[in-house]
Design a protein around this ligand. Structure first.
Ligand SMILES: O=C(O)CCC(=O)C(=O)O
Ligand SMILES: [Fe+2]
Length: 253
């Protein structure tokens, strides 16, 4: 089968070679002025736009992804110029990003190892603002292996240093097989397991104190309900599913 994702040739040079396929890490993807602008926009959002979770808070833009389809909402202009730029690299196989999660982590905050799952085109792209972090990768629990306990530590594979203003693109095995997470610590120690040090800059043994990091996780949700279907009269099953879903989403707001 043909490989569905094709990143523009110019960006192939940013492939992280010491990681399983496929990681692209692009330092200084945005300028300092752009970083400041994006942070300003994020913090301008009204308070109810934030959802507080344990260990981070988030803003959801573009609609709530759902197995039955996402009721797509237009992304605001301040995000569009960046999502278009990333879609233009070919990150979503010619489709345009239509969903952005903004995550904010204070020092000592993080996100449990997880998979991003089937609601998205199998690509995740992340712009890092404000502070670096280490994104850690884990093998999934091996269901056939019952004798030895499988701790997080034993499943840990590698980390990526995400500097502020960088862009990360994950696809293929790195998206589909491995779990990713951020540990809730205040100071990172760089080890030889941080496989992109030569490009991200940093020495083994060096420590980096975390500040507040804001990440923009930019994705393409293939299954969307078009708003005009919701107004139509001859509603067929999938359209009805979207309609039901719309009620669910409104209740969640
Ligand atoms: O903040 C990040 O870089 C990771 C966020 C993440 O994994 C997610 O939102 O699914
Ligand atoms: Fe994730």
């Amino acid at each position: 089968m043909a490989k569905p994702q094709v990143i523009s040739e110019e960006f192939q040079a940013y492939t992280v070679k010491d990681a399983p396929p496929t990681v692209y890490y692009i330092p200084d993807f945005i300028t300092e002025a752009e970083e400041e602008y994006l942070l300003q926009q994020v913090y301008k959002a009204p308070k109810p736009k934030w959802t507080q979770l344990s260990g981070r808070r988030l803003q959801n833009w573009g609609g709530l992804p759902h197995l039955k389809g996402m009721i797509a909402e237009k992304l605001p202009d301040w995000l569009m110029s960046y999502t278009e730029k990333i879609s233009g690299l070919g990150a979503f196989a010619g489709k345009s990003a239509n969903h952005v999660l903004v995550n904010e982590y204070k020092p000592e905050e993080g996100i449990m190892p997880h998979e991003d799952g089937p609601l998205y085109h199998p690509t995740v792209t992340t712009i890092t603002l404000g502070s670096h972090t280490l994104l850690d990768f884990y093998r999934p629990v091996d269901q056939t292996q019952t004798e030895v306990p499988q701790t997080e530590e034993s499943r840990y594979v590698l980390s990526l240093l995400l500097r502020r203003r960088s862009l990360l693109i994950l696809q293929d095995e790195m998206y589909e097989r491995y779990l990713h997470g951020i540990s809730g610590i205040a100071v990172d120690t760089l080890s030889e397991r941080v496989v992109n040090l030569s490009v991200a800059g940093g020495r083994v043994g060096e420590t980096l104190s975390r500040g507040t990091r804001v990440s923009l996780t930019i994705r393409h949700v293939p299954k969307v309900c078009r708003a005009n279907l919701l107004l139509g009269r001859n509603i067929t099953y999938p359209q009805a599913a979207c309609r039901i879903q719309r009620h669910e989403q409104l209740r969640l707001k």
